[in-house]
Design a protein around this ligand. Structure first.
Ligand code: NAP
Length: 489
């Protein structure tokens, strides 16, 4: 590995992960003239969640012109909501056009990071080491697949994989496919597969509210217009951002909001009007409020699940056997392929990397109860370690790209303290972190997430671990750090 220390008094950055947030970091650092950094990527390709999730039907349900960087608008999105492969290509293009690929080291899985003598040190699985002044964790949220704890899972004789590890070598056409789960992923998989497979069996533990959401293609004329009028594209992005926040992101944090009531009406009507068989309709009817779990957008799921080759199974899964899934009614659902759309371990963040802060404190210990971070960015006693899309930030109902951009601009203001010589070590104070935590737990009581359903938003106490305030408040917070909340050394 090349000599890393810069002769200048400018900081060196170690960035973990070349997904959306890692590429953002690289572009922004280079733009600021801070070119002493390396992005460590464990895989052989950038793209993060969009590299890993390639399941049939994958698309993003944040509007395309919002789900892209503000500094890299994309006039050529094919649809109002982009397919996953297009988003992956977008990140590759941005990394290329902004000339940041040269900063990425692929195939380098970081195993350990430790803060010693005022600097961050790291070690990779290959035994290589590096050091720098700042450690940026751009490791994503929905990253570690959660495998269901079902008896006999390993005994299945067909092909079995998690949705985030889709095996494209396995043929699907005409075959019997089982899908476990009814989250955003499963709904997209089912909608995409029913038209091609022999039989699709969906194993539902909990039904979901479905918001009908068309996904029209942009016409060539529209794309041409976006290409010719970049300011129109920028204005449209702002408009979508405001609309998205007003109708959705801000609605979910107030369980009594009129927008939520409207969403509920739309979802109920969607169910009533789209599902014709009353027995099936009741099986698909949730007994909790819409958007309590992450709301699902789909224009074709209800149509798909009513096709003759689709079956919704609501009997609990008893075990998995070599030939298929045995449900509690004793029935064996014979399958060739079993897809586990069972979600992610959302409390891992940059772990399993061993992260050791000031005085030898391990992040695993600091987070022994649950992960937490001041404003989702900084952890007491972990100086100069900053997270993008860290714990308790806005997730699920926001454009994570917009969130990361705001966070990065905030982090750069903290970095400025170092550059100007005001502080060599910057981390949130314990008191400020505790206050932030108490405030968010209190505010979370008003959110739709805490109205009586289980979801990945909830921590082990049943408290929503997500940002419980408006997006405007997040923007305000990210505007300028309150230095009283930090410990500067
Ligand atoms: P998820 O929302 O966590 O859903 C996991 C599903 O698996 C749930 O239906 C859960 O049932 C079921 N499940 C888990 N363990 C099970 C078991 N042992 N037996 C039976 N069922 C089991 O995961 P996801 O669908 O992958 O989505 C995660 C998040 O990723 C989404 O909420 C969203 O934020 C994001 N995402 C977005 C998009 C998009 O933009 N369109 C697409 C995909 C994902 P219960 O409900 O009963 O727990």
């Amino acid at each position: 590995m090349a000599e890393r220390r810069s002769a200048r008094r400018e900081p060196r950055f170690l960035i973990i992960g070349a997904g959306m947030a890692g590429i953002l970091s690289a572009v922004k650092l280079a733009e600021a003239g801070l070119t002493d950094f390396t992005v460590y990527e464990k895989a052989d390709r950038l793209g993060g969640t969009w590299r890993e999730n390639t399941y049939p039907g994958i698309s993003c349900d944040v509007p395309s012109h919002l789900y892209c960087y503000s500094f890299a608008p994309e006039p050529n999105w094919s649809h109002h909501f982009s397919p996953g492969a297009e988003i992956q290509a977008y990140f590759e293009n941005v990394a290329h056009s902004h000339d940041v690929e040269k900063f990425i080291e692929y195939g380098q899985e970081i195993t350990r990071c430790w803060f010693e003598d005022g600097r961050w040190h790291l070690e990779t699985a290959n035994g290589e080491t590096d050091e720098g002044d700042f450690l940026i964790a751009a490791t994503g949220v929905l990253h570690h697949p959660a495998y269901p704890d079902i008896e006999g899972l390993d005994s299945f004789e067909g092909s079995c994989f998690h949705s985030a590890r889709w095996d494209h070598d396995v043929p699907l056409a005409g075959r019997r496919i089982g899908v476990i789960g009814t989250g955003s992923t499963a709904i997209q998989v089912v909608s995409a597969l029913v038209p091609t497979v022999g039989k699709l069996t969906l194993f539902q533990r909990t039904p979901q509210w479905i918001m009908p959401q068309e996904n029209a293609a942009y016409t060539e004329e529209e794309k041409e217009y976006f290409r010719a009028e970049p300011e129109v594209l920028a204005a449209m992005r702002d408009e979508i951002s405001t609309l998205f926040a007003d109708t959705f992101s801000n609605a979910v944090i107030d369980a009594d909001s009129p927008q939520l009531k409207m969403i509920e009406v739309v979802c109920r009507e969607n169910l009533e009007n789209s599902v014709h068989d009353s027995e099936l309709r009741e099986k698909l009817r949730p007994n909790y409020r819409a958007a309590c779990k992450r709301l699902i957008m789909s224009e074709d799921f209800y149509a798909a699940i009513q096709k003759p080759n689709a079956e919704l199974v609501t009997e609990p899964i008893e075990r998995i056997e070599p030939k298929g899934v045995r449900t509690a009614d004793g029935r064996l659902h014979e399958l060739d392929v079993l897809a586990l759309a069972t979600g992610f371990k959302v409390d891992r963040f940059m772990r399993p990397i061993k992260i050791i802060g000031r005085g030898g404190v391990a992040l695993d210990d600091a987070w022994a109860e649950r992960p937490t971070a001041y404003l989702a960015i900084s952890v007491p006693e972990f100086p100069n370690l900053f997270m993008l899309n860290g714990p308790n930030g806005p997730v699920g109902n926001f454009s994570l790209i917009e969130v990361a951009e705001l966070q990065f601009a905030y982090i750069m203001q903290l970095v400025e303290l170092f550059r100007s010589g005001r502080a060599r070590e910057v981390s949130a104070s314990r008191a400020a972190t505790q206050k932030f935590d108490e405030d968010r737990v209190e505010a979370a009581k008003n959110t739709i997430w805490q109205t009586g359903c289980s979801s990945w938003y909830l921590d082990d106490r049943g408290v929503p671990a997500a940002w419980p305030w408006t997006f405007a408040r997040f923007r305000d917070e990210m505007n300028e750090p309150r230095l009283d909340d930090f410990e500067l050394v």
